[in-house]
Design a protein around this ligand. Structure first.
Ligand SMILES: Cc1ncc(COP(=O)(O)O)c(C=O)c1O
Length: 502
């Protein structure tokens, strides 16, 4: 523990909040500190930049270093009440419609770990949609909970995950009346949101809380054309990555909670356990400021982002060989209109090849690619000019590659990924069990002791404790051959995989 981070830190969220969204208490604390001309004898060791490498200093700029000050003994003490973080979190809770909000420094990942540690005990059953993100799987390993995996529905032709329904959750809860938590990812990487209000209702009718990984939906709460947010749907706990699609710095995220099915003070304790003891005020201030921006101007900023994305979607759809996902095509009501999921399969190239060309020839950087397409995010930071660059690049690709109708060759990643296989052990027991490495092809029928996760999107194909199937092996081999990046396995080239030793 660093001394400076904790020495004089006031309790968070304890003082009665003053709700005035014009304020950004952490940012104001940084400005006040800068005006005081304090000579620091505390962390960080760069001492307002004087001790930093010259090139680093020149690249980041003086103001960044002068803003990188401690929370306790820095921002927290110079701000008028000494509890800048508590005030900022209270403002965030108001903005996102939560009872309490917790700022996260290690992304939504930290919030997923924290919420599960607050909500369940080792051995508890958790009903979880199998398209879970790596961080939720890690939370299962950390807590020792037993997952009951639900298979998310798939669009029959497009192979895009459509989430889980309230009826499926209700039925699974009836089959497992001892379940302690329901958790799911919504929206999905492709932007499809589940019926959160319906899921909250069936779970709450059985006194079971629901946790939603809303990493990709921090903007939902601020625009009615976007899917309903987790908090407005009555969900108990939800993480949202303000760094992914709002204006915060990388790693910035928020955990919102409401109700008492999971005690909020317990969540506060576990958030403290899951996070660094030396919080970066750069990250904290960027959450604070993103909240101010959204609370004051979210609607108009998102209006513009949605219109830009709609226009680009329409222009891209016009090219033969290119398809862009939309709600009508998927047959879903709740879809994130700012996501451009662009299918290039009809051009006869893979998404990986398209991404390579976009980056290296057209200097356009997509969010991710898979076998059939690329995903591009449109945010409040975009403009007509940035979307013209994107559309122009795809125009060039289409002109170069389209050779008339070609049948579908590839498959979006979700098919093999989201299928739950037999759960032979809990993720924790399998992860910590004695294991041995064997060639991937020989692993069918064995119990995986490791996580095998194509990134992005970060959905585990293999989770510890699951039996390895031929489908998954085939999917991983094809992906590895196309340069898919794998997080989790000891052998990153996946020639071998570690299985639970008999
Ligand atoms: C569904 C989902 N949940 C959680 C995360 C983790 O978010 P973060 O990177 O903010 O920790 C991601 C990141 O890609 C994600 O896609």
């Amino acid at each position: 523990m660093t001394h400076s981070a904790h020495a004089r830190r006031a309790p968070e969220n304890d003082s009665p909040p003053t709700i005035d969204h014009q304020h950004a208490p952490i940012l104001e604390g940084i400005i006040a500190y800068q005006q005081q001309d304090i000579v620091p004898f505390s962390t960080p060791g760069h001492k307002l930049g004087a001790g930093a490498d010259a090139e680093l200093f020149a690249t980041f700029g003086e103001r960044a270093f002068q803003s990188d000050i401690p929370l306790g003994g820095g921002v927290g003490d110079t701000h008028f009440s000494g509890d800048a973080l508590g005030q900022a979190q209270a403002l965030a809770a108001d903005a996102w419609g939560a009872d309490r909000s917790f700022f996260l420094l290690n992304g939504s990942s930290a919030g997923n770990h924290a919420f599960l540690m607050a909500a369940v005990r080792p051995g508890d059953k958790v009903i979880v949609s199998r398209d879970l993100h790596k961080s939720l799987l890690v939370a299962l390993i950390l807590t020792g909970a037993t997952p009951v995996y639900l298979a998310p529905r798939l669009h029959p032709e497009l192979n895009v995950g459509l989430g889980v329904t309230a009826d499926e959750v209700a039925q699974t809860l009836d089959e497992h009346p001892d379940a302690r938590l329901v958790m799911l990812v919504s929206p999905s990487y492709c932007g499809v949101a589940s019926d959160l209000a319906g899921i909250a209702a069936v779970a709450h009718a059985r006194n079971v809380p629901v946790h939603v990984d809303e990493a990709w939906g921090p903007h939902f709460h601020f625009h009615p054309a976007l899917p309903p947010s987790a908090m407005s749907s009555g969900i108990d706990g939800a993480v949202a990555s303000t760094h992914k699609v709002l204006g915060s710095l990388t790693q910035a995220a928020i955990l919102n909670v409401q109700g008492t099915l999971v005690p909020p003070d317990r969540v506060r304790t576990t958030v403290g356990m899951a996070q660094t003891t030396s919080p970066s005020v750069l990250i904290l201030a960027s959450i604070d400021a993103a909240r101010r921006q959204m609370a004051l101007h979210g609607h108009e900023l998102l209006d513009r982002a949605i219109a830009l994305a709609d226009d680009a979607r329409r222009r891209l759809q016009a090219f033969p060989g290119i398809a862009v996902l939309d709600a009508a095509q998927l047959g879903v009501a709740a879809f994130d209109l700012t996501k451009l999921v662009i299918d290039v399969d009809g051009l006869g190239i893979t998404g990986y090849e398209a991404e390579h060309a976009l980056r290296n020839r057209f200097r356009v950087g997509p969010e991710m690619s898979d076998l059939v397409g690329v995903v591009c995010l449109v945010t409040i930071g975009d403009s007509e000019a940035s979307l013209d660059r994107l559309v122009d690049a795809f125009t060039a690709l289409a002109e170069e590659h389209y050779k008339g109708e070609i049948g579908r060759r590839g498959s979006r990643s979700s098919g093999a990924v989201v299928a739950p296989s037999v759960l032979a052990m809990t993720p924790r027991d399998a992860f910590f069990a004695p294991s041995r490495a064997i060639p991937l092809e020989e692993a069918v029928g064995e119990i995986s002791s490791e996580l095998v996760i194509p990134y992005p999107p970060g959905i585990p194909v293999l989770a510890p404790g699951e039996t390895v199937t031929a489908d998954k092996v085939a999917y991983l081999r094809e992906g590895a051959a196309h340069g898919m990046y794998l997080s989790g396995p000891t052998d990153t080239k996946l020639r071998t995989i570690r299985i639970v030793a008999a």
